[in-house]
Design a binder for this molecule. Structure first.
Ligand SMILES: Nc1nc2c(ncn2[C@@H]2O[C@H](COP(=O)(O)OP(=O)(O)OP(=O)(O)O)[C@@H](O)[C@H]2O)c(=O)[nH]1
Length: 265
């Protein structure tokens, strides 16, 4: 649409022709900070703030996409950006930007109340979650969660006269599903796969408990992704998953890493 500035026409540069004959797969805005609402198993919903990426494809003949429209679409759905709105947001992106594919990625902190294992002291644990949705001919949605756990090295336990090296690990799980899955339930499943869950609040009796539990339950990164795979394969409503484990090694400068991806059916 043409606009005027100081009597002059404001050219829509983005609409001008590009002659390089190269279509673009993803173009848009990245790292927009915006409030969203996430369904919470215990409190019905939780307000949080997401870092949002929004992309569409661009045909070869256009110079640019219209960046302001992405943020206009977010504004249109403000107060109401939730899982059940992702498809309509993507559809609006396709329509307003004349695109055939639209992508929406959100990364946000999600808080779960957790009880310490012995004292039962309650505290809030933060988990980083991701929603990755896209719409072409069909809607696709992937839920992702980063779950911190403790891992204790089986090899170190076997070889050492005292103790065993142990560290904080991050397990990253991503799932496609046929029926809704609570973030909380997926966290519980993944936390079983390390040597011990981690907590944000531990009293002395809890510290003794988690230290001994990790020692009794040594796990390599290979064990962690295999344990997760056994559990995720047994869940019928999960149609695809990927699981990664990264140990931020306490005796090496590098991490130990393992990953498994499975499509079911
Ligand atoms: N396409 C594109 N736009 C950019 C980029 N960096 C900044 N922008 C700016 O994004 C702003 C918004 O552009 P548009 O959405 O086309 O704004 P508009 O023409 O007023 O909006 P419409 O009337 O909806 O087309 C412009 O000021 C661009 O200069 C870039 O790398 N690519």
């Amino acid at each position: 649409m043409e606009q005027k500035k100081e009597g002059k026409t404001l050219t829509d540069v983005q609409l001008t022709r590009d002659t390089r004959n190269i279509p673009i797969g993803k173009v848009g805005v990245k790292d927009v900070s915006y409030p969203i609402v996430v369904m919470d198993k215990n409190k019905k919903f939780q307000n949080t703030i997401a870092r949002i990426n929004m992309y569409v494809d661009l045909p070869h003949h256009f110079k640019g996409t219209h960046m302001s429209r992405f943020v206009e679409i977010l504004n249109k759905y403000r107060e109401d950006i939730a899982l059940d709105k992702l498809e309509v947001i993507l559809s609006t992106m396709k329509e307003k930007l004349g695109a055939s594919n639209a992508h929406l990625e959100m990364e946000f902190p999600y808080f779960v109340e957790k009880k310490a294992p012995v004292s039962k002291a309650k505290s809030l644990m933060e988990y980083t979650c991701t929603f990755s949705a896209s719409l072409s001919d069909h809607f696709d949605f992937v839920l992702g969660i980063k779950v911190p756990v403790t891992s204790l090295c089986p090899c170190s336990k076997e070889l050492s006269s005292y103790g065993a090296h142990n560290q904080r690990s991050i397990m990253t799980v991503q799932v496609r599903y046929s029926e809704f899955i609570w973030i909380e339930d997926l966290i519980d499943i993944i936390e079983e796969c390390g040597s011990s869950p981690v907590y944000s609040l531990l009293k002395r009796e809890d510290e003794k408990f988690v230290t001994e539990r990790a020692y009794e339950n040594p796990r390599f990164v290979e064990d962690m992704v295999r344990e997760a795979t056994v559990r995720l394969l047994s869940m019928e409503n999960i149609t695809w998953f990927s699981v990664e484990a990264e140990n931020f090694e306490s005796i090496h400068k590098h991490s130990a890493y393992a990953a498994i991806e499975r499509k079911k059916g």
